[in-house]
Design a protein around this ligand. Sequence first.
Ligand SMILES: *[C@@H]1O[C@H](CO)[C@@H](O)[C@H](O)[C@H]1NC(C)=O
Ligand SMILES: *[C@@H]1O[C@H](CO)[C@@H](O)[C@H](O)[C@H]1NC(C)=O
Ligand SMILES: *[C@@H]1O[C@H](CO)[C@@H](O)[C@H](O)[C@H]1NC(C)=O
Ligand SMILES: *[C@@H]1O[C@H](CO)[C@@H](O)[C@H](O)[C@H]1NC(C)=O
Ligand SMILES: *[C@@H]1O[C@H](CO)[C@@H](O)[C@H](O)[C@H]1NC(C)=O
Ligand SMILES: *[C@@H]1O[C@H](CO)[C@@H](O)[C@H](O)[C@H]1NC(C)=O
Ligand SMILES: *[C@@H]1O[C@H](CO)[C@@H](O)[C@H](O)[C@H]1NC(C)=O
Ligand SMILES: *[C@@H]1O[C@H](CO)[C@@H](O)[C@H](O)[C@H]1NC(C)=O
Ligand SMILES: *[C@@H]1O[C@H](CO)[C@@H](O)[C@H](O)[C@H]1NC(C)=O
Ligand SMILES: *[C@@H]1O[C@H](CO)[C@@H](O)[C@H](O)[C@H]1NC(C)=O
Ligand SMILES: *[C@@H]1O[C@H](CO)[C@@H](O)[C@H](O)[C@H]1NC(C)=O
Length: 491
Amino acid sequence: MATRVFLSSMALLCVTLAVFPRPVMPGTFAQDFIDYKTFQMNMIVDKVGGNEAAMCELLKTCNSTNPNCSREACKPSLEEVVQNGFSPAYPFIYVSNNTDCPGQDPSSNGTCHFMLFNFGKSFVRSPTTTDTGSIATAADMCAQRKLDEVFKNVSTPEDFTRVFFGSATGTWRVYPGLDEADCGGYETRFRNWYIASTSVPKAVMVLIDVGASMINKDKFGGDVFLETAKSATRELLRTLAPSDSVNIIAFNSINATQFLFPPVTAQERPNSSQNYPEYTELQAKLDELKPDQTHFEASNITAAIDKALENFDYIKRPDALKVIVVLTDGRFAEGSVILPTASLAAAKTKLFVYDVSPTAKNLTASFTTKLCKIGGSFINIYRDVKNPLYAMESFYSFTATLHHRLMNTLADFTYKLDEFSRFNETVLMASKPAFRADGSLIGVAGISIYRHMLKDNLDEIRTIVNQQQAGRKFDARTMVLGPANCTIQVK
Ligand SMILES: *[C@@H]1O[C@H](CO)[C@@H](O)[C@H](O)[C@H]1NC(C)=O
Ligand SMILES: *[C@@H]1O[C@H](CO)[C@@H](O)[C@H](O)[C@H]1NC(C)=O
Ligand SMILES: *[C@@H]1O[C@H](CO)[C@@H](O)[C@H](O)[C@H]1NC(C)=O
Ligand SMILES: *[C@@H]1O[C@H](CO)[C@@H](O)[C@H](O)[C@H]1NC(C)=O
Ligand SMILES: *[C@@H]1O[C@H](CO)[C@@H](O)[C@H](O)[C@H]1NC(C)=O
Ligand SMILES: *[C@@H]1O[C@H](CO)[C@@H](O)[C@H](O)[C@H]1NC(C)=O
Ligand SMILES: *[C@@H]1O[C@H](CO)[C@@H](O)[C@H](O)[C@H]1NC(C)=O
Ligand SMILES: *[C@@H]1O[C@H](CO)[C@@H](O)[C@H](O)[C@H]1NC(C)=O
Ligand SMILES: *[C@@H]1O[C@H](CO)[C@@H](O)[C@H](O)[C@H]1NC(C)=O
Ligand SMILES: *[C@@H]1O[C@H](CO)[C@@H](O)[C@H](O)[C@H]1NC(C)=O
Ligand SMILES: *[C@@H]1O[C@H](CO)[C@@H](O)[C@H](O)[C@H]1NC(C)=O
């Protein structure tokens, strides 16, 4: 139905294109294009949720006797490997009308020389930052194979686009399948479109416990707790949206030391080079961080939170969300803890305390009562620390939910000039987050939009997208945060 509406308006466009300038109003090519991509995004997101809900049934079909396993983009199966030349043995298709990717002609060595698309199924890319050994990653990869059913409705050899799903576990599923030489390099959670669909403007203070006990590690070959906290922080930095503010505060029993002042502002990343020059100093100090082996008392979270609040005061964006992420072994939380609840509540600050250690904590009522009063969370993330961004899923689910409440049925459109560097003409990424029934983030679906599809309407599309977003500004001051938002998970 919606397809037909769209196509007929495209036919109309041939007549109206010549008229210039065009008013921005429903019925224009630009509006119809946005509506149609939004329709497709909603269709994909529904399917993601459906797959997730049917997880138990779908998992039964993922076993060694089923030939339809997920295919890693960098790992052709034995049957697919061929002896001569680069051509894979599976049925592939050169996208004949692929004006987005010059050089797909196999006889040339253009940038898309190896772009042999498999329209039979999507392929998956797993970054080194995920944990392919974890049940969460495997289960998600299994269930979302079913996305191919809708992906095939969005991209065909004649009407080519790349349609994909980036999971909160870090795996990225893209249709049509395309071989990649690079195993492990593509991290969907660092990408502009993924970030755009899961964030609201915010200031993030990362509080790292450097108490003496952070030198411990678990008996099962895990990392030193402090190193786990450092890895998690490094990855978190790369998931911040442009204009977000961030600082790191190390704390033990005697002092709380902020890495910098004022906090750092995350920059736009115009291309996929993934440089993070603004974090150079934070990273260097993070690398140097060691557990203080001279003070064995429980770390003083109060002092660290006071420092975080000072940082928030500096940030002159009253509408920005204020988040404190604490990475700790949780020792402090077993004692009597003073939380400046009045200041935290006044600033509508969301507090996520993540315990990276394997031992369940006996939290004191004095701590949990105060934490819950301000809608904070204490969560043991030991099980998932090999995939830190997934371990901190509650943080991303929180910001993604706030984002989704603004966007509702609309899709996000991110201007992207170089997201897939080999796709010369990618100009926009449509994206939208998908959630479980319990509100947790499953991941973000997306579609690449190429310049030629827009038929010279990019400016108009930008105008409409800007108008959509202008009417949906996030304002943390209107946020409700209280005991109903508190989560305590000791293990
Ligand atoms: C394995 O998957 C196949 C294909 O979906 C299914 O028919 C079969 O019952 C499964 N086997 C087991 C032991 O679950
Ligand atoms: C594998 O996928 C193909 C194509 O989608 C389908 O026809 C076939 O039934 C699937 N096989 C199993 C065992 O699920
Ligand atoms: C393409 O590059 C390969 C080496 O990467 C070279 O052997 C081959 O001759 C090149 N083909 C053309 C058409 O330039
Ligand atoms: C895919 O498109 C066909 C034809 O328009 C439609 O019948 C089918 O329901 C669509 N499938 C999904 C999963 O949207
Ligand atoms: C290229 O696309 C046009 C419509 O966009 C279609 O009519 C034509 O058949 C396509 N050509 C090939 C070779 O697929
Ligand atoms: C923190 O405490 C240590 C002593 O354990 C001291 O050497 C260091 O200078 C203190 N840092 C700050 C910023 O006060
Ligand atoms: C990517 O952006 C960086 C700055 O963020 C710039 O130095 C670099 O030249 C850009 N690369 C390309 C290919 O545009
Ligand atoms: C913790 O820090 C706060 C704020 O700096 C201070 O008032 C309090 O006395 C400290 N607690 C301990 C046990 O040192
Ligand atoms: C937890 O702490 C309470 C109060 O201090 C104590 O009564 C209880 O025995 C403790 N439980 C465990 C499992 O240590
Ligand atoms: C990208 O497209 C522009 C304009 O269409 C063209 O001039 C340029 O050569 C293309 N770059 C590559 C790497 O194909
Ligand atoms: C906190 O919980 C309340 C009650 O469920 C809800 O209305 C509110 O939206 C939640 N706040 C946030 C920030 O999610």
